[in-house]
Write a new protein. Structure first.
Ligand SMILES: [Zn+2]
Length: 352
């Protein structure tokens, strides 16, 4: 572990604030603010579609993808290029349009570094996007082989796996106005101490660039995945303007649980509030978790942040390696996120 980081500090604050949950009101739909179109309200997947899509999976591919990413991949190293090439090639092989957004920035300890965000779209000309995002760099920890399994090899592998598993179902999105984007941020980690100039290098660059280019309005919703793969995560709704989408995630989880399609579900249950769920019913406002969503949040992009609270106990420790990955939880979360994406993207029928 390096210096006490701002993120660690905010984690402490946020843990202390757990008592400040707000009770969800019945009229949340009325509270939707910002740019999310009230008119976009895709139908829930029918029973038959839900079952059909639930049966799609490729667990072997998910494990292979994790293994390919699970190497130290600090910005500027050869391994970092290897992982980047792997992500880019995997998506190009599946017919995605992949742009590598490269730029320079200066980091403490390292000096000038070359960063590369990976932006993959099914239809680069789409008018609107559901964006699923994670970061692919790993934390620089001198003298330690830090692999960052939850941080964020598993989330990156989940996104590649989604593209692999749903390749047929996503075909129509190559032509539709509403499409899917996968975003792999570079340089999320601080090199010395977390702060506004030493962290989220890629996200800061891209949010600024897209604002300049007038592209931020094309993001319907940015779903950021981080610190996933450890058992018994608890997620919360952090933002009121995306609460209806958070409730969709909850609803997918509930449907899967009722159909007994989740693996080893609620077996160990260390979650503090409702051990039977990943997506908790309480909303958590006052969260100060700093992550790649911040530069977009500040520019009014609607955000869903899928990050467990508390963070996994291995967070920023050498133990964040293959041994912490709970494959039942990982497969369950990957399934929930796939169904959420399909409902969002295909549930709109003619509205697309
Ligand atoms: Zn980290």
């Amino acid at each position: 572990m390096l210096q006490r980081s701002a993120r660690m500090w905010t984690l402490c604050v946020q843990t202390a604030l757990i008592a400040t949950f707000v009770q969800r009101s019945a009229s949340l739909q009325d509270n939707l603010v910002g740019r999310l179109q009230k008119s976009y309200n895709p139908s829930e997947l029918s029973e038959s579609r839900f079952l059909e899509y639930s049966n799609l999976s490729d667990k072997l591919h998910l494990r292979e993808a994790i293994n390919n990413i699970l190497i130290p991949r600090v910005v500027g190293t050869g391994n970092h290029s290897i992982v980047r090439q792997y992500i880019v090639q995997s998506l190009r092989d599946l017919g995605w349009d992949v742009e590598v957004d490269s730029f320079h920035d200066v980091a403490p300890i390292k000096g000038k570094l070359h960063f590369h965000n990976i932006i993959a779209t099914l239809n680069p000309k789409a008018e609107r996007y559901l964006v699923l995002a994670c970061h692919y760099d790993s934390k620089y920890m001198p003298g330690v082989e830090f692999l960052g399994a939850t941080d964020s090899a598993v989330p990156c592998a989940m996104l590649l796996n989604l593209a692999q598993v749903l390749q047929d179902q996503l075909q129509p999105l190559k032509e539709s106005k509403l499409s899917l984007m996968l975003l792999f941020f570079d340089g999320e980690e601080a090199f010395e101490e977390w702060g506004p100039d030493d962290s989220i290098y890629g996200a800061r660059h891209l949010a600024k660039r897209w604002q300049r280019e007038g592209k931020l309005d094309r993001i319907d919703l940015l779903v950021l995945l981080d610190l996933l793969g450890a058992p018994d995560p608890s997620f919360y709704s952090f933002f009121q303007n995306t609460e209806s989408w958070y409730m969709r995630l909850q609803s997918v989880e509930t449907r899967l649980a009722k159909m007994e399609l989740l693996e080893r579900y609620a077996s160990s249950g260390v979650a503090q509030y409702d051990p039977r769920r990943y997506f908790q019913s309480q909303a958590m406002r006052s969260s100060m978790i700093e992550d790649d969503h911040i530069p977009f949040l500040r520019r009014n992009v609607p955000i869903l942040h899928i990050i467990p609270v508390p963070f996994p106990s291995v967070w920023h420790k050498p133990d964040d390696n293959a041994s912490v990955i709970d494959y039942a939880t990982t497969d369950n979360l990957a399934l929930i996120i796939r169904l959420f994406a399909l409902e969002y993207l295909l549930g709109g029928g003619e509205d697309k």
